[in-house]
Design a protein around this ligand. Structure first.
Ligand SMILES: NC(=O)c1ccc[n+]([C@@H]2O[C@H](COP(=O)([O-])OP(=O)(O)OC[C@H]3O[C@@H](n4cnc5c(N)ncnc54)[C@H](O)[C@@H]3O)[C@@H](O)[C@H]2O)c1
Ligand SMILES: O=S(=O)(O)c1ccc(CO)cc1
Length: 483
């Protein structure tokens, strides 16, 4: 597959005609050859977005809604293409890829529904015969940077929400998934959005810092949203701060699932298996830390291991559909093996699975993990999760909060009042009582605390991320001034 850059409604090679390859994580076969954007291409994309903004900001809400609803339909009609390209580029199972397209279509439909909800308010004023109100207005061209893991949906939200608020977008996709990200741009084009409203580019990792610099410092780009690692998020936030540009940051996680001593253990096990191993644990809200009351830990771990051992493993490109496919790269395997070895050396017990070989790793559970081990709070982003045993409610809260991250969490307990108390006390962007850490609905605000970043996608909260609020008054000609 060959992909190009999409700037001002035109698919083209990069200005220096260079390309880069995305290879299959296991076979090494070239899956996608992608045009490698230059700084000049990025500048052109920002200019196209600025030009298109002049008319897109004035398009009425019904038309914006119609176009975004059309994108959702086009995306769904291309589900088989998404499944094929996501399997090849990122090792996604048909389950994960199909779910991603479904979530993406939901995001475009939810964004469409916000078109008529972007509202200001009237404000009581002490001035006679005056109308005081707020307006929410489009900001301008937005830079959206997305990762490879929730390949379709994370790109969808980075495009749909800015657009519905009347902004235009320069979307920089991930070098791991250039074909999937180009397919999303194709859906937007096919739906008939005007030229320059969405511009797509991708680049090899060595070019990304200069491209980000050029775009963030450009006079055209007004705000940035970044989904990806905390490491790169910090770099983006620093660059944005230098230019006093507002930034929405959706970064890493170490989502805990707390299992209290009165939990329905079978229900908790199901949520733990799903949350830990869907898409090989490469989801920002994957269950990376199980905080289990010591009174029920042995029973919970035995059942957790039994169910995990039944997960089918393979490569969706070779063996057909399976739950556990390859990770995105062999680098992930090397990194996780290091964390695993450190934990084993310090006394953790492997109760299921084991080391990775290249990008392939069995579903792995590590029990008796303690705070001195790197894996206790480092995001693994692979098919491995850890069990930390706790002594009662207060200890569970302490361990859950003992993290630099704060994305998603879950609490299992039959005493819902107690589970609620725990949920209220933990510092996470979302808490699911008797539910998995892995869940998302476009109508609910999504984001995190601490090193997971700041700002919210989804829900009504997203409107603030992509609009400027303006205070406007209409006043009488005759007024008293002090001088
Ligand atoms: N909180 C969330 O909503 C959320 C969702 C999904 C993934 N994530 C996080 O994303 C990470 C995995 O994704 P990843 O490996 O693609 O992350 P990453 O930070 O390596 O890359 C994310 C994006 O940034 C780009 N990039 C990398 N270096 C850059 C630089 N110096 N300047 C500009 N752009 C640069 C990449 O090309 C990619 O498009 C995990 O940490 C995961 O938790 C968070
Ligand atoms: O792809 S995922 O990382 O699972 C993901 C994260 C956030 C959202 C909500 O916008 C959807 C999917």
């Amino acid at each position: 597959m060959k992909t190009k850059l999409f700037i001002n409604d035109t698919w083209s090679a990069s200005s220096d005609k260079k390309s880069f390859d995305r290879k299959h994580p296991v076979s090494g076969e070239v899956v996608t050859q992608c045009a490698n954007a230059t700084v000049d291409d990025a500048v052109n994309a920002a200019r196209a977005a600025q030009e298109a903004f002049k008319s897109w900001k004035a398009v009425g809400p019904s038309e914006r809604r119609r176009l975004l609803l059309k994108v959702a339909d086009v995306m769904e009609s291309k589900t088989p293409e998404f499944i094929e390209v996501m399997a090849k580029e990122v090792g996604a199972s048909a389950l994960w890829a199909g779910f991603n397209v479904h979530l993406s279509a939901n995001v475009f439909r939810e964004a469409a529904s916000l078109a008529t909800q972007i509202q200001g308010e009237t404000i009581p004023t002490d001035k006679a015969d005056t109308l005081s109100m707020t307006l929410r207005q489009p900001v301008g061209p937005i830079l959206s940077i997305a990762p490879w893991n929730g390949t379709a949906v994370l790109a969808a939200r980075a495009i749909a929400y800015p657009l519905v608020c009347g902004n235009t977008v320069v979307f920089k996709g991930s070098e791991f998934s250039p074909g999937t990200h180009a397919l999303i741009a194709k859906c937007v084009q096919e739906a008939g959005l005007p030229a320059g409203v969405l511009n797509y580019l991708n680049s090899s990792p060595d070019r990304s810092p200069d491209i980000a610099d050029a775009l963030i410092s450009s006079k055209e780009i007004r705000r940035i949203n970044f989904t990806g690692s905390t490491r790169v998020g910090r770099i983006i936030a620093q660059k944005a701060a230098q230019h006093l540009k507002r930034c929405l940051l959706e970064l890493g996680g170490k989502s805990p699932l707390i299992v209290l001593d009165d939990a329905d253990i079978d229900a908790a096990v199901k949520a733990a298996v799903f949350g830990s191993f869907l898409f090989q644990g490469q989801i920002c809200m994957s269950t990376e830390r199980l905080v289990v009351d010591e009174k029920i830990a042995d029973e919970f771990v035995a059942k957790f291991v039994e169910k995990t051992k039944k997960l089918s493993a393979g490569d969706p490109c070779v063996t057909g559909d399976c739950v556990i496919g390859p990770m995105v790269s062999s680098n992930s395997g090397d990194r996780i093996n290091g964390l695993l070895k450190d934990a084993i050396d310090k006394g953790a017990k492997v109760v299921c699975g084991g080391m990775a070989e290249g990008a392939v790793m069995p579903a792995t559970i590590l029990d008796h993990v303690t705070a001195d081990m790197q894996i206790y709070d480092e995001e693994t982003f692979g098919p491995i999760t850890v069990v930390v045993r706790c002594k009662g409610e207060a200890d569970a809260i302490r361990i859950a909060n003992d993290s630099v991250y704060g994305l998603s969490s879950g609490v299992f307990g039959r005493d819902v009042n107690r589970a609620l108390r725990v949920g209220m006390a933990i510092e996470y962007g979302s808490v699911h009582i008797n539910g998995s850490t892995v869940q998302t609905e476009a109508q609910a605000p999504y984001g995190g605390t601490k090193a997971t970043g700041y700002g919210r996608f989804d829900g009504r909260a997203v409107i603030d991320e992509f609009t400027e609020i303006k205070w406007l008054t209409i006043e009488p000609f005759e007024q008293q001034y002090p001088f």
